[in-house]
Design a binder for this molecule. Structure first.
Ligand code: KIV
Length: 281
């Protein structure tokens, strides 16, 4: 029977990492995760990644918005479909946008099921700890693998009073630890820990049974994730926890300048890029 996804080739090859593969990596070689929102970037990061997250960070990175809150499920579904189609190795995780799951278990299941049917991702991610545990339990019980996201939760920007490191004080430390334990117990197959002190990340990673994926959460996690555009030097500004591995903005600016110079000097198009009556095409 033909796949409901346009090519289906990646799925039928059976080489893509699965949720149980990720769970089995707890405590072993660190897991590698990156974000992707488009087919060209997804193709480039797939082979080296264990997990690709179609993150709602696309609101800021791709759409130039000030935060992630304005992004719609509809917009993200289009991006996720292209990422799944372009990849065949990494587990693809869809980051549920603000407002698409918080009303309760029914809304969360309805939207997560829609995402899986329309995009072919294998799992969803949602932000929240203790308070979100019943929803996670419901989704997992009904066939939807969930990656949790605790610590600094960008969708809680307004209640947190900004993008602030969490777990520094005693009460906050205790709450983030409780959050990690609650989502683990509820069945989250993995947990992203964002923006917490190294000591807390280490304590959480030792206390939970699922693999933790850190972003601004030290080397003590079971894996790491970064926004791909940040680590490639394509973002105008990056947080302290980002290491930039390339300066693609500089490369792109150089290439664009060279092109503009060629066009203005009539060096482009040259003979190699030109059709002629007597040339073999
Ligand atoms: O939105 C996002 O890209 C994320 C990952 C960085 C974890 O939440």
């Amino acid at each position: 029977m033909p796949s409901p996804y346009s090519s289906g080739k990646k799925r039928s090859q059976g080489k893509r990492l699965t949720v149980p593969n990720i769970q089995a990596a707890k405590g072993g070689e660190p897991l590698v995760s990156l974000t992707a929102y488009t087919a060209p970037i997804a193709r480039l990061v797939d082979a080296a990644s264990d997990i690709i997250i179609i993150g709602d960070s696309m609101a800021m990175v791709l759409y130039g918005l000030p935060d992630t809150l304005g992004l719609s499920l509809f917009t993200m579904i289009g991006h996720a479909k292209s990422v799944v189609e372009a990849t065949g190795h990494a587990l693809c995780v869809f980051d549920m946008p603000f407002g698409s799951y918080e009303e309760g278990q029914e809304q969360a299941f309805r939207n997560a099921a829609k995402v899986i049917k329309k995009t072919g991702v294998q799992a969803i991610k949602l932000e929240g700890g203790e308070a979100m545990a019943p929803t996670i339990k419901h989704l997992v019980a009904n066939g939807i693998p969930v990656m949790a996201h605790i610590g600094l939760r960008p969708q809680a920007l307004n209640t947190m009073g900004g993008f602030k490191v969490q777990g520094k004080g005693k009460a906050s430390h205790t709450q983030v630890l409780k959050d990690a334990q609650a989502v683990d117990k509820a069945g989250a197959f993995s947990t992203v820990i964002e923006g917490v002190p190294a000591e807390l990340a280490a304590e959480i990673t030792a206390a939970v049974s699922n693999p933790t994926i850190g972003i601004g959460a030290s080397v003590h996690c079971d894996g790491q994730v970064l926004v791909t555009e940040d680590m490639l030097g394509l973002s105008p500004w990056v947080p302290k926890f980002v290491k930039t591995y390339a300066n693609l903005s500089g490369e792109i600016e150089k290439a664009v300048k060279a092109y503009a110079g060629d066009v203005r000097a009539r060096r482009f198009p040259g003979p190699d890029q030109t059709y002629g009556k007597n040339k073999k095409v």
